[in-house]
Design a protein around this ligand. Structure first.
Ligand code: TYD
Ligand code: MG
Length: 459
């Protein structure tokens, strides 16, 4: 009988080991190594152009000045948010991984895209749903009669490539990479070595044929794309589809992008008939209030290159237990603790006996440090029970000594705040240089210390 080769793979990071280990030396997780058969002897099935991996073409070095520069041809989709996240459309031959929790709308997003690309042949390969189920969803999305979308329910990569050679699609969608298997490897679909092999085959196909390939990927409980980390290294672009399943808003975020900025973001609203693009996010991120409430502030933040205004809510209350609770949704808890320490040490607020809860409205996760000032003000506003005016917003970082630091692209933030009818914005005085304050209708308050802000707001 032909001999098979097996190895142990860490299910969390993809680390390979010849023998079993209790703890993965790469990611330090316990009990994650699982034996997988990685090679079957005597393979009779053809690979994607089987020769390509064995016959090595040797390349010669060329001087960079002699290499012809050709603008990569991008396919502009009708979905503007999607184009933005990809950095201006789909690049030919690129391989794009879309990760997200189950039920968040990955299949919907991809099917909607496939149905709205008139004149382009799209092959949607599903290993998860039947043709009937996909047809039902397509009906729900308003089946576009002009679309040339083909559905294939198949999980073997060799069979998929066979169909691809017959159909010659312009775009290939795989739903999902964890359901595929390659006959070259014996382990079960979804295992580290299968996911890796299938991705490698699809990668070769994408690069050789110039066809863009979309891979839908599941994510694990802790929010990582299931399968080895190297999956993320192999593909050109990683998009994360996220949001609260119980809310209607979904965010498509570029985590890695070889062809554009990795900080771009698209916002969608899940409706009964599919996903709708949200082109003016501030509209949805600000709640409609008639009177000012304590603990609520607005920050002019930037996601990618897009300015938007978001609402920050804080609740400070006396702790019932010895150890006060600190919890932040959508904001880094460590950073919140740092800001609390600044308030305690530099401004003399007694917060160490208080529970502090912080929430960023709309289910957004914010990393822009420019919301620091708004976070601090909302905490103090709740602590002192003094509301901040409805037409006031903030855009500044706070340093460890309580100094107000400059942020990037302040003009854009001011312009967005002005556009949305705000009357006052607090920024750092260090941002004032080169800024023509008289150009704006909105009142711009420049400050250098946290105390100045409190004095101006709460007297
Ligand atoms: P789905 O695309 O199947 O999620 P995933 O592929 O990420 O697992 O999305 C399923 C959810 O979306 C389901 O809860 C129903 C909802 N949905 C709508 O609200 N409107 C729609 O038009 C469609 C197609 C789905
Ligand atoms: Mg799905």
């Amino acid at each position: 009988m032909a001999k098979t080769r097996s190895a142990y793979f860490c299910q969390s990071c993809g680390f390979e080991s010849a023998k079993w280990l209790g703890k993965c030396p790469s990611c330090q997780q316990w009990n994650t190594l699982v034996e997988e058969v990685i090679e079957k002897a005597n393979i009779a099935v053809p690979n994607w152009k089987a020769t390509s991996s064995t016959t090595q073409r040797s390349n010669k070095p060329s001087a960079i000045r002699d290499i012809l520069f050709t603008q990569e041809n991008r396919l502009i989709t009708p979905d503007k948010e999607f184009n933005r996240v990809l950095g201006g459309g789909i690049v030919g031959g690129s391989i794009i991984l879309i990760g997200g929790e189950p039920g968040i709308g990955k299949s919907t997003l991809m099917l909607q895209l496939a149905l709205n690309l008139p004149g382009l042949k799209v092959l949607y390969v599903s290993g998860e749903e039947s043709e009937q189920q996909i047809k039902m969803r397509a009906e729900r999305l308003g089946n576009n009669p002009a679309s040339e979308c083909f559905i294939l329910t198949e999980t073997s990569t060799q069979n998929i490539f066979k169909q691809v050679e017959i159909l010659h699609p312009d775009i290939l969608v795989i739903d999902s990479i964890q359901t595929l298997y390659s006959a070259h490897i014996e382990s079960t679909p979804g295992s580290v070595s299968q996911v890796r092999e299938c991705t490698a085959e699809l990668l070769r196909f994408a690069k050789e044929s110039g066809t863009p390939v979309f891979l839908i990927g599941h994510i694990t409980k802790d929010g990582m794309i299931a399968g080895p980390k190297i999956l993320e290294h192999m593909v050109d672009t990683v998009l994360q589809f996220e949001g609260d399943r119980h809310h209607v808003y979904r965010i498509l975020r570029a985590v890695k992008n070889r062809f554009g900025s990795a900080s771009e973001l698209g916002i969608y609203e899940m409706q009964g008939c599919g996903l709708r693009e949200v082109s003016n996010p501030s509209e949805i991120l600000l709640s409609q209030r008639d009177e000012p409430l304590s603990g609520i502030t607005i920050s002019a933040m930037l996601e990618g290159l897009r300015p938007m205004l978001i609402e920050i809510q804080a609740l400070v209350s006396v702790s019932a237990y010895g150890t006060p609770q600190r919890s932040a949704t959508g904001f880094d808890t460590k950073r919140m603790n740092m800001l609390l320490a600044v308030l305690e040490k530099r401004c003399g607020f007694r917060l160490s006996t208080q529970d502090v809860f912080l929430n960023i409205a709309g289910g957004l996760r914010v990393e822009d440090p420019a919301i620091d000032l708004a976070v601090i003000v909302s905490i103090i506003s709740s602590h002192e029970n003094m509301p901040v005016g409805l037409k006031v917003c903030f855009a500044a970082e706070v340093g460890l000594s309580g100094e107000i630091r400059a942020v990037n692209r302040v003009e854009q933030r001011i312009a967005e705040a002005e556009k949305l009818g705000f009357e006052q914005i607090f920024i750092s005085r260090y941002n004032q240089k080169g800024l023509d304050l008289s150009r704006y209708k909105i009142e711009i308050k420049t400050v250098t210390k946290v105390e100045e802000v409190f004095n101006a707001l709460f007297g």
